[in-house]
Design a protein around this ligand. Sequence first.
Ligand code: VLP
Length: 134
Amino acid sequence: APVDFSGTWGLVSSENFENYMKSLDIDFMTRKVAKMLTPQKVIEQQGDKFSIRTLSTFRNYLVEFKVGEEYEEDTKGLDNRKLLSLVTWDNERLVCVQKGEKKNRGWTHWIQGDELHLELTCEDQLCKQVYQKV
Ligand code: VLP
């Protein structure tokens, strides 16, 4: 794909993260801490190979995958579930479907101008986040 997501991106806005966390059964105290964070996404992309690091003062999370190849995801430090995840291209958007206990779980990344956009879904909740290069 002609899109390059590589870089270090800082959170600038977040909508409905609280309800997204609730849909993942994240406990009250963890939600209170998590919603105060301004995480960074450190993305390394080589063609269809990605690593995405979500970094914060509280917890860090790493996923590595190749587009089109299903992988086992262990959401250790988040909701601690085992998922079967698959990322594909939808035109210039990177779309991840996360199969597991929770219905309709996944995320979509795309670049819009100088911003990195992220939509996170779980069950009936949609969280929208915007990041900018730092
Ligand atoms: C759980 C939900 C806060 C919050 C509890 C701990 C790591 C796409 C994708 C790549 C994600 C989102 C990860 C965040 C969900 C938190 C700790 C917060 C900081 O990102 O970029 O993995 O799945």
